[in-house]
Design a protein around this ligand. Structure first.
Ligand code: CMC
Length: 439
């Protein structure tokens, strides 16, 4: 974050209390791009009122210089660079460097960064025993959540959040170890031995190697799949102040250690309205089963009395299109083409659902377009990744975003513990009633 204070337009906004005619002047804070924000920090002390915004639909929770989204125009940029350019020209570790340090690296810097990350890919050997405490049929997100939360008990030398060196080592460790944890969670669930990382491979190649190699055979990483994996990781790397990132920030705001904060982010990501949607999309497609049942499910999605929603459609911020979904759609077609998968009934079903939903008045009117998770699941399926691992892969990618946002928060001089208030609608004061007098 720059040292320069956010430009302020003093008293640019006037709030009037129509009950008594009092007026309050509020400042406007201006970012480099995107909507201005009204500074309401003194609102309570001056007016005695809180703001009310469940779901934070109109609330900026922090100042950030990492990721910019314009939901109306379908724009997503990391540190100013459009996501489509990064997906086409960059690789995941370069994007990690960009998100953390703010600029694209020189050749020398990226080599050093990659070496550092790859140096930390291995897990403390004791962690492999820790995995064995989980039931074999555990969901890999449950395992990942538990193991990441436990990292602070293994790496005591990187939990002092006020020491930049500790923060750097903790951040590096999490980016580096997440694929190893993810692959081990998967292998544990299918009874395969854990694989040690191979640091001569790229980040994505190593991940595929750890997931799919077999100790009895040579494993050669398919370059089409590793490139697609890298692209998926780039597209999921950060997304501004979404639920899991806000969770990481609010956990970290109390001074909690970074491993605990990332574990909190993983918990939030797991929900089907957030990162869990990619798994939910495939489960939904399985449930629909065949193309002729698509209209029935579209009808269910539109029915106010039915809680069913079309998974992989809609987004809190993108109201025209999700730029990640466009790249992902193209990647899905490339991967399926390159792998020679022509007649996948589930993919046909997905395309039919996409076609009908894009034409349907309800979805058009409410601006519900396919989001990134609609397509990522299809690519994962083509790669042979089981459905239960989809959200785990999202977590592997998003770790760098969480880490970058957490570091930015710690370095922000205006940072305070996150402590929202409420509109209380419970009982007013009443006296305790003795048991014998209760009805
Ligand atoms: N299917 C059917 N109706 C929907 C859907 C959907 N997928 N999404 C929203 N709506 C309707 C909703 O019922 C509401 O209708 P009404 O105004 O008549 O009450 C209207 O559209 C607005 O919905 P909302 O819940 O107020 O919108 P939101 O911004 O709070 O929710 C969302 C955004 C992503 C949670 C929601 O669209 C959803 O549940 N989608 C399915 C889950 C999904 O794909 N999530 C992945 C998001 S992308 C990955 C990520 O960034 O995490």
């Amino acid at each position: 974050m720059s040292d320069a204070p956010t430009p302020v337009e003093k008293n640019a906004f006037t709030l009037k209390d129509n009950r008594n005619g009092d007026t309050y002047d509020l400042d406007i804070l201006k970012g480099t791009t995107g909507p201005d924000v009204i500074d309401v920090r003194k609102l309570y002390s001056e007016t005695g009122c809180f703001t009310y915004d469940p779901g934070f639909t109109s609330t900026g929770s922090c100042e950030s210089a990492i990721t910019f989204i314009d939901g109306e125009k379908g724009i997503l940029r990391y540190r100013g660079y459009p996501i489509d350019q990064l997906a086409e020209k960059s690789d995941f570790l370069e994007v990690c460097f960009l998100l953390i340090y703010g600029d694209l690296p020189t050749e020398e810097k990226i080599e050093r960064f990659k070496t550092r990350i790859m140096y930390h890919t291995m897990l403390h050997e004791q962690i492999n025993y820790f995995f064995r405490g989980f039931r074999r049929d555990s969901h890999p997100m449950a395992i990942m959540n538990g193991v990441v939360g436990a990292l602070s008990s293994f790496y005591h030398d990187s939990t002092d959040i006020h020491d930049p060196k500790h923060r750097f080592i903790a951040s590096t460790r999490m980016i580096a170890k997440m694929p190893t944890i993810a692959a081990s969670a998967y292998r544990y669930s299918i009874g395969m031995p854990f694989t040690y990382p191979r640091n001569d491979l790229s980040f994505s190649e190593n991940f595929l190697y750890m997931m799919f190699s077999n100790p009895c055979e040579e494993y050669i990483v398919n370059p089409i799949l590793s490139r697609a994996m890298d692209r998926i990781l780039i597209l999921h790397a950060d997304h501004e102040q979404n639920a899991s990132t806000s969770t990481v920030r609010i956990s970290g705001s109390s001074g909690a250690n970074p491993f605990a904060c990332i574990a909190a982010g993983i918990a939030s990501l797991w929900g089907p309205a957030h990162g869990g949607a990619n798994e939910a999309v495939l489960n939904m497609l399985d449930e629909i089963g065949s193309k002729d049942r698509v209209p029935e499910y579209i009808k269910k999605a539109k029915d106010k009395d039915d809680p069913f929603r079309l998974m992989g459609f809609g987004h809190r911020v993108y109201k025209n299109f999700d730029p990640r979904a466009q790249i992902m759609r193209q990647t899905a077609h490339e991967v399926l083409g390159d792998l020679g998968i022509k007649n996948d009934p589930l993919l046909d079903l997905a395309m039919e659902l996409e076609r009908i939903a894009l034409e349907d008045e309800y979805f058009v009117e409410k601006k519900l377009y396919p989001n990134v998770d609609f397509y990522s699941g299809i690519i994962y399926r083509a790669m042979g990744i089981p459905t239960s691992m989809f959200t785990v892969l999202f977590a592997v990618a998003r770790t760098v975003g969480w880490v970058a946002q957490w570091n930015e928060m710690i370095e922000d001089p205006t940072q305070k513990i996150g402590r929202p208030r409420q509109l209380y609608t419970g009982e007013v004061e009443r006296d305790f009633v003795d048991m014998k007098d209760r009805t």
